[in-house]
Design a protein around this ligand. Structure first.
Ligand SMILES: *[C@@H]1O[C@H](CO)[C@@H](O)[C@H](O)[C@H]1NC(C)=O
Ligand SMILES: *[C@@H]1O[C@H](CO)[C@@H](O)[C@H](O)[C@H]1NC(C)=O
Ligand SMILES: *[C@@H]1O[C@H](CO)[C@@H](O)[C@H](O)[C@H]1NC(C)=O
Ligand SMILES: *[C@@H]1O[C@H](CO)[C@@H](O)[C@H](O)[C@H]1NC(C)=O
Length: 345
């Protein structure tokens, strides 16, 4: 149950075993955010994502793709990227121009923002679902369905007008269709293959506890922090003996800058009942060795070696320091002829 999602990549990737667990999908998509400040000023940001992992950026100055990982090129050749870059460059310039030209006709009011997400969902070797959606000011505006542009209900008359306009261009529809239905799945499967080592890596979490009294009550707020783990699925629970504690608040799993994840799990508890509670962390990278942190001890089973080693290190440091200190003294005694009896106190 717990790690249903973990074998996912293994299943989707060639050579994965465990064929039973194919109920998830993997998404590759490109996000484009165009901000229009006024008639003459627009800014465009583009990025490519494999699920929640950013794989590509876009350099607007040079109009080139930025590859964020060594495997971000999937199995495409440089020639294919030259064609894709040219296509994106032309698309972005033309789109910006067209929108500025048609802004008043479409009743877009400056400043405004358009967001586009386009890509494909990989379900198994032979099924994919492709999409392209556009939002205006953060609200659904229109989408590409079955070879035509379809307004979203939220887009109202503006979206209808925009669709009427762009539906006239057969070439654009064909290009979009080819990009999301043909090129996207090929690219994304290749990406999963090329990034296999990275995507299937296992990074162990670190965990620590913090607690603070809740003002105006006799309760404590206990927080179990778990950070630096990969992949994302994780089980973290406040426990007493075998019992999971009710009423915990589990935060969102948040990204760290290095691509690992962070989670905190919070429990409110009467101060006198805090003793004996522990936070338990289960993650694929830990195997069967759950991390267990007792509130009050602040020492988990995993940390016990550290508890033994730390004083040893301290002793060694002290010993070295004394030794060094002594040798300095010896030198100074030897080299101070004016004080021949100094060491005889
Ligand atoms: C357009 O917006 C940009 C960025 O906010 C600003 O620097 C520029 O002066 C504006 N131009 C006009 C004509 O309003
Ligand atoms: C996908 O391929 C499998 C065999 O490899 C086949 O049994 C299945 O019907 C295919 N599904 C679709 C939707 O084509
Ligand atoms: C897509 O269009 C084709 C023909 O134009 C039609 O047969 C098919 O039912 C449409 N599919 C959907 C999901 O609208
Ligand atoms: C890249 O890999 C995908 C999936 O394995 C494959 O369909 C495709 O033909 C390969 N080559 C290119 C150039 O897309």
């Amino acid at each position: 149950m717990l790690f249903l999602q973990i074998p996912l990549l293994a299943v989707l990737l060639p050579g994965g075993d465990n064929k039973d667990v194919v109920q998830e999908h993997i998404l590759f998509h490109v996000i484009q955010i165009s901000s229009f400040a006024n008639q003459s000023w627009a800014q465009i940001q583009c990025s490519g994502w494999l699920d929640e992992l950013q794989t590509h950026g876009w350099d607007s100055e040079s109009g080139t793709i930025i590859f964020l990982h060594t495997w971000s090129k999937s199995n495409f050749s440089n020639e294919e990227f030259i064609v894709l870059e040219l296509l994106f460059r032309v698309y972005l310039i033309r789109l910006t121009q067209e929108i500025q030209d048609y802004a008043s006709q479409l009743q877009f009011e400056y400043p405004f923002e358009l967001q586009v997400t386009a890509g494909c969902e990989l379900h198994s070797r032979n099924t994919t679902k492709s999409f392209l959606q556009v939002a205006y000011q953060g609200t659904d505006f229109l989408s590409f369905q079955n070879m035509s542009w379809v307004p979203s209900p939220e887009g109202e008359i503006r979206a209808q007008r925009a669709c009427d306009l762009i539906n006239q261009y057969e070439g654009i529809k064909e290009t979009v269709s080819k990009l999301i239905r043909n090129i996207c799945p090929r690219f994304a499967w290749g990406l999963l293959d090329a990034g296999k080592m990275y995507l299937q890596r296992q990074v162990k979490p670190e965990a620590w506890l913090s607690g603070s009294p809740i003002l105006g009550s006799s309760q404590l707020l206990l927080v179990c922090h778990v950070s630096g783990f990969y992949p994302k699925p994780i089980w973290v629970m406040w426990m007493r003996g075998e019992r999971e504690q009710p009423g915990i608040q589990r935060g969102d799993v948040l990204p760290n800058v290095d691509g690992t994840w962070y989670l905190r799990v919070i429990l409110n508890v009467e101060a006198e009942e805090a003793a004996g509670l522990f936070c338990q962390v289960r993650h694929s990278s830990l195997g069967d060795q759950d991390i267990i942190l007792y509130w009050g001890h602040h020492l988990s089973l995993n940390w016990i070696p550290l508890a033994v080693i730390a004083p040893l290190i301290l002793l060694m440091v002290l010993a070295l320091w004394f030794k060094k200190h002594r040798s300095y003294q010896v030198i100074s005694w030897d080299s101070s002829p004016c004080c021949p009896h100094c060491n005889e106190k």
